[in-house]
Design a protein around this ligand. Sequence first.
Ligand code: AKB
Length: 316
Amino acid sequence: MKKILVTGATGQIGVELTQVLRDKYGAENVIAAGYNNRLASELTQADPYCRLDVRDASALNKIVAGYQCDTIYHLASLLSAVAETKPIEAWDINVNGLLNVLETARTHGCAVFFPSSIGAFGPETPAFDTPQDTIQRPNSLYGITKVAGELLCDYYFHRYGVDTCGLRYPGLISHKTLPGGGTTDYAVDIFYAAVKYRHYDCFLRADTQLDMMYMPDAVAAAITLMEADSATLKHRNAFNVTAMSFTPGQLAAEIQKHLPDFTISYSIDPVRQAIADSWPRHMDDSAARAEWGWKPIYDLPATVQDMLKQITINGQ
Ligand code: AKB
């Protein structure tokens, strides 16, 4: 049976990925590690939880050795908008934290999953049908850390044979745990505002088109890639994956089909708008589809329908 460590387990992806991994492999075989000293509401006291700052290599080593982990889903990271406010800390967590994970994986023979992002692209990258292999000159600190992470994962595979795999996630939409400080957060916030106030003031322009994905697809993508036959993988790390691509205006129109009195206004945040303007509009994810069978389930109408249902049911 696998023994899996999830770092960043109390974050937006971590809470849901941890639950799905526990359902699949047994709660006792999935160790959740988070920076916070408290459990997220989705994680119960009975399931293994460790407080971990990924910058602390010795603490990380102790957890992996103590539980005899063979796989690490390394999700701990600062997101794009918050990284612009704390660039040194963002580098430390996103790059040095990953380096600690890779070194620990090398020592203990673990496989590693690393989430990169559309943020790994920049203004010179082709914005439409962004190829799997293309120019990457991001101008956000977050993007720079993600490119460094992609390269480090490739390096540890080629140099040391560490079984690294990864995805370039688009904006992720979910209703269990809020994202913290990303450029695509509007696509989550809008649902809570729509249900509660029937109005949302968006920090990106109405025509800002970005790739997006609903969380069940994002979780399935990570697990499917980690379980793929590595002989069929040509890329291993940093696969482009997307499920839909839309603008705030289009998302608002889809919400209005369910809530006709919903309205949207725009108060642009120049920092997040500049980041969004430097990212692709729509990635080509054919390499992921061909190499390990990537196929999302949720499109825009299905995502909007489910998000509104879940948020309304939970009374959030
Ligand atoms: C962010 O907006 O920073 C993240 C991402 C696209 O990587 N959601």
